[in-house]
Ligand binder design. Structure first.
Ligand SMILES: [Zn+2]
Ligand SMILES: [Zn+2]
Length: 316
């Protein structure tokens, strides 16, 4: 086996699909609790989506969970509080239940609905949470604290906002750190960040939303360099290609199409390509279809597609 192939095999082996029990051999694990764009799949108003009739085709909005199993009681963090957080908390309970406290923290990327609107379920009318730490950038923090209904969560101490700063790591559990970094994306109510999630062994990159890799180039940051620094990269795959939404000119859509990303990354070594797990797929994205030609092509080109429920082990 060549070195590249051997490395690929190791990377693939560390991505395991889990449904219930992930404790066992991995002490710090990352779980994809959702892989769809903000509106989930099927999306509101799309009655002809076969996912309405077939629950196996449904996908929750993009979210990752980080679990530290090293203490007797596991510690759990969410990345994003999506509109599907109710189902995602249930998934999390099945993987690692924590009877005494719901979460050790929630990291938010930005103020688009798929990424924070689930906070509402932490409030008085639903969970009635007690000071769940919510990590957010300064503008996002101010937005939450000063606009209802989010401000009520702060007032009633359902959540406790912790301010993040660009490229400043937050140490959440000894050797586990989370580092936000600004990315160019429609900044309507807040900054937009991605995250690096690191243990002393592995680092994951999470960029669910970005306008264009080239906008980042213009700011002096290359996505290829970012991928080189990590072991796995969950990257924006909102749309597969132009033409995906009938009757709409998609050329100005603020996301890197998967077809474009694949072309841009075509010359990367196989080892680098295999780190990529495409995520945040719109309900129209053919990558949701397990039998699509597009899905076959992505995999044939050496890239990965995040599956709901998959686990990535950060501790070995
Ligand atoms: Zn989004
Ligand atoms: Zn967004």
């Amino acid at each position: 086996m060549t070195t590249a192939l051997a490395t690929l095999a190791v990377i693939l082996a560390s991505i395991a699909s889990t449904s219930v029990s992930a404790k066992t051999t991995c002490s710090v694990s990352l779980h994809a609790l959702g892989v769809a764009q903000d509106g989930g799949k099927p999306q509101i108003g799309n009655s002809d989506d076969p996912a309405w009739d077939d629950p196996a085709l449904r996908r929750l909005a993009t979210s990752l969970a980080l679990i530290d199993h090293r203490d007797e009681v596991p510690r759990r963090w969410l990345f994003e509080a999506t509109p599907d957080v109710k189902a995602q908390m249930h998934m999390l309970d099945q993987i690692a239940s924590m009877p005494d406290r719901p979460l050790d923290g929630v990291f938010l990327t930005h103020a688009h609905i798929g990424h924070y609107a689930g906070l509402m379920l932490f409030g008085h009318e639903s969970m009635g949470a007690d000071n769940i730490p919510v990590y957010a950038m300064p503008k996002m923090a101010r937005f939450l604290a000063s606009h209802g209904p989010w401000s009520q969560l702060v007032k009633y101490k359902n959540i406790d906002i912790e301010e993040l700063h660009d490229k400043h790591p937050v140490e959440i559990a000894g050797d586990v750190t989370v580092t936000p970094f600004l990315v160019p994306h429609r900044q309507e109510f807040s900054e937009v960040v991605g995250y690096k999630i690191s243990s002393d062994k592995k680092t994951a990159l999470f960029i669910p939303d970005i306008d264009a890799w080239e906008d980042w180039d213009a700011l002096g940051v290359s996505i290829e360099d970012q991928i080189a620094e990590v072991d796995v990269a969950y990257l924006d795959a909102t749309f597969f290609a132009d033409g995906e939404i009938p009757g709409r000119d998609m050329s100005g859509f603020p996301h890197p199409f998967v077809a474009h990303s694949m072309a841009r990354f075509a010359e990367l070594p196989a080892r680098e390509k295999s780190k990529i797990r495409f995520i945040h797929m719109n309900h129209t994205n053919p990558l949701h279809d397990p039998d699509s030609e597009e899905r076959r092509v992505v995999k044939e080109n050496g890239f990965g597609i995040a599956d709901e429920g998959e686990r990535y082990c950060l501790s070995r």
